[in-house]
Ligand binder design. Structure first.
Ligand code: DLZ
Length: 159
């Protein structure tokens, strides 16, 4: 039965002081990506992550390749990908959003480096703003930070 808040819970005691987290963010829709970035940094700081490697790429289509470069560098334990694709403003919306999602899943499975999907694929700017709010609000970038830390810790436990 849906509770009205279907977002994932975070395990108790989750911490990231021992982790190196990479960020790969697109420069399209940069004002909203910046809001996601603020959320990601807030989430990482709350979990004690100090080592952050931050890279930008031209657009969401390039995010998987950027993630692959970071994953293969062995300099990060997990990656947060950030981007914004707005259907109403984007020709080839399906191509950009689906290729970004497909590529990110492929890269994390191929490399074994966890990658959190912090891309917004939305109908309009209002939806993008609602999913990239400030402290206390819903911010997909902040959620992706928690996902990256949780999955990096799981990968470490079984390395
Ligand atoms: C070309 C394009 C379009 C139309 N829309 C977006 C978008 O909404 N969000 C985004 O991140 N990138 C977009 N891009 C750029 C592509 O991701 C890519 O950078 C270019 O096609 C060059 O490969």
């Amino acid at each position: 039965m849906a509770s009205g808040d279907e977002r994932a819970t975070t395990p108790d005691g989750l911490g990231g002081a021992d982790l190196r987290i990479g960020i790969v963010r697109a420069r399209w829709n940069v004002e909203i990506v910046d809001r996601l970035l603020a959320g990601t940094l807030r989430g990482l700081e709350a979990l004690g992550v100090e080592h952050v490697l931050d890279e930008t790429v031209p657009g969401s289509f390039e995010v998987p390749m950027g993630a692959r470069i970071l994953a293969n560098s062995k300099q990060v334990d997990a990656i947060v990908c950030l981007g914004v694709v707005i259907r109403g403003e984007t020709t080839h919306y399906e191509i950009v959003s689906e290729e970004a999602a497909r590529g990110i899943q492929q890269i994390q499975l191929d490399t074994g480096v966890p990658i959190a999907f912090g891309l917004l694929t939305v109908e309009n700017e209002a939806q993008a703003l609602a999913r990239s709010e400030g402290p206390g609000g819903h911010n997909v970038g902040e959620e992706a930070a928690l996902v990256a830390v949780e999955m990096a810790q799981m990968e470490k436990r079984y390395r």
